[in-house]
Design a protein around this ligand. Structure first.
Ligand code: SN0
Length: 348
């Protein structure tokens, strides 16, 4: 694997999930694979989970790790070609990238959407410059439009908890005991109902997390619904085939997993509003996931990628409830990153 942005980059998803379960059972199994190989992680934006989990994943594989926080001591980098560099930016990415590539074997990039120029963001301009000019395999650690390591960890988490008691009683009763005869007599395996819900936030946030979550859920064996206020329609490149339900209560009914996230206007139905918060958040607080919202579901598990703003996105009681998966979900970031780095190392 030379590039990791989309679910398709992993190939067969079932096989990737099986591999994730194997890695989780023995995360040091490939501890010599990365010997004398160096991972460079480049951060243009803040990080907690991505930085720690990806570094840990690299260590599981025996790699060396260098981290560059571009905003904490590096030269300020120009990213656009053709500009006269008479401002505060001292170095161009077009020199910086091959230099970075010369010190490492694999590069991870965190570069959020600027949220002003939709075409620039959705072309994944910065990411593709790294692919083109570094000469090294590159993977996304949240880029302008995607966060695949998060979505992979989310899917691993859903698989784990759907298998372990997240099924409703009714569905449990329909499962035929394992000794039953011909497989053709089995009823179709019940799928979890997974709901991606928009929730309020005071700032403009990227669409990367919901884009990837939608893309991965649509590739997985789940029933998937998205709910958000009008104007927040995500790019169909990521959501084609998903059901969109503008009534949040209807969407939540019978849900097994609630995945909350804020995102700014994706500029699909309202191109001029790309990257904007469409309404004063004080008027949108009825979208905050609280105990009443969860009571509409099938005792759903609550998920969020973190960091989360409590009592904006989710109430204290819902995120602290035993049905909240935010911590196991974050822990699975180490697993998704280990699988991805392992596959990149195997293709070097
Ligand atoms: C980022 C986002 O894409 O929404 C990263 C999520 C993994 N989140 C934020 O920037 C939150 C910032 C805030 O102030 O709440």
């Amino acid at each position: 694997m030379r590039s990791f942005l989309n679910v398709q980059d992993l190939g067969n998803l079932k096989e990737a999930l099986t591999e994730a379960a194997q890695i989780k059972a023995d995360r040091y199994k490939y501890q010599t694979l990365g010997k004398n190989k160096t991972l460079l992680m480049v951060f243009f934006n803040n990080s907690l989970r991505t930085r720690l989990s990806t570094q840990k994943a690299a260590m599981n594989l025996g790699m060396n790790v260098i981290v560059l926080d571009v905003n904490a001591g590096a030269w300020k980098l120009e990213t656009e070609r053709g500009v006269i560099m008479d401002g505060d930016k001292s170095e161009h990415l077009l020199e910086a990238i091959p230099v970075m590539g010369s010190y490492c074997d694999v590069i991870g990039i965190r570069s959020f959407a600027g949220l002003t120029d939709r075409d620039y963001d959705y072309a994944e301009t910065v990411y593709h410059q790294f692919v083109r000019y570094s000469g090294k395999p590159v993977f996304a650690m949240e880029t302008a439009t995607v966060h695949p390591l998060q979505a992979f960890a989310d899917l691993i988490t859903i698989e784990e908890y759907w298998g372990q008691g997240a099924r409703s009683k009714e569905q449990e009763n329909t499962i035929i005991p394992s000794k039953s005869p011909a497989p053709c007599s089995l009823p179709p395996a019940p799928k979890p109902k997974v709901v991606l819900t928009w929730a309020p936030h005071p700032k403009s946030l990227p669409q990367a997390v919901p884009n990837s979550f939608a893309q991965w859920m649509l590739a997985a064996d789940v029933d998937f619904i998205i709910t958000h206020p009008e104007g927040y329609e995500l790019d169909p490149a990521f959501t084609k085939g998903a059901t969109i339900e503008y009534d949040q209560k209807k969407a939540f009914e019978g849900a097994d997993f609630i995945y909350a996230k804020n995102w700014s206007c994706p500029g699909v139905t309202r191109p001029k509003d790309y990257g904007k918060v469409l309404h004063d958040y004080h008027t949108m607080m009825h979208w905050t996931v609280d105990a009443e919202h969860m009571s509409w579901t099938n005792n759903a598990r609550f998920m969020h990628c973190l960091p989360v703003r409590r009592n904006m996105i989710v109430s204290d009681d819902v995120i602290e409830a035993p049905t909240s998966l935010v911590i196991p979900e974050a822990a699975n970031r180490e697993i998704s990153a280990t699988v991805v780095l392992k596959r990149i190392l195997q293709s070097l």
